[in-house]
Design a protein around this ligand. Structure first.
Ligand code: AMP
Length: 186
């Protein structure tokens, strides 16, 4: 099973991706997590990405596309994967298309999670208190929502046009949402 999980920040992508990973026995790959790992370990990639991330901006495509290309070529990704947080703009959709064409592994579905703006803001506020992420400042949160609306949300129409999009309500119990997704994906 090869899946994308998409939706605005705070909608529960990471939580659902982890459960889907367990259910299907495939890795959940989060570009945000890969960046955070590199920042923590002060790698060259981490140092380069940090300034963008702390402002809530997208890390440049060439860096991001390369980490996805390398990650999807790893052994544990042979039987499938869930990509969380990628693609985030039209040029990343093209890059992913090229990566998947090279690997000969098409996408099975795009899982989109949806929730009202107020619900998202409240969840982000709570997450900021609990996790203390360096990019959970009010300015960076607002910027990320803005980038999502302008650059990422329009991608859903692309995948819908390809017949891959499945949209789910991101409000409700984590278990119920997961069960609904799995029932739909099969
Ligand atoms: P996330 O954990 O998915 O919210 O990602 C945190 C931050 O990492 C984002 O605000 C971006 O700065 C960066 N990032 C994650 N995924 C991408 C991507 N696909 N393209 C560019 N930047 C990304």
């Amino acid at each position: 099973m090869r899946l994308l999980i998409m939706g605005p920040q705070g909608v529960g992508k990471g939580t659902q991706a982890a459960l889907l990973s367990e259910h299907y026995g495939i890795p959940a790959i989060s570009t945000g997590d890969i960046f955070r790992y590199n920042i923590k370990n002060k790698t060259e990639l981490g140092v380069e990405a940090l300034a963008y991330i702390n402002k809530g901006e997208l890390v440049p495509d060439e860096l991001t596309n390369k980490i996805v290309k390398d990650r999807l070529a790893m052994d544990d990704a042979k039987n499938g994967w869930i990509l969380d947080g990628y693609p985030r703009n039209a040029s990343q959709v093209e890059a992913l298309d090229a990566i998947l064409a090279d690997l000969g592994t098409p996408l099975d579905a795009v899982v989109a999670l949806d929730a009202d703006h107020d619900v998202l803001m409240e969840r982000m506020r709570k997450r900021a208190e609990i996790e203390g992420r360096s990019d959970d400042t009010p300015e960076a949160i607002a910027k990320r929502l803005d980038v999502y609306a302008k650059e990422t949300a329009p991608l859903l129409a692309i995948y819908d046009g390809r017949g891959l999009l499945k949209t789910f309500n991101g409000v409700g119990s984590v278990e119920d949402i997961q069960a609904t997704i799995v029932a739909e994906l099969g």
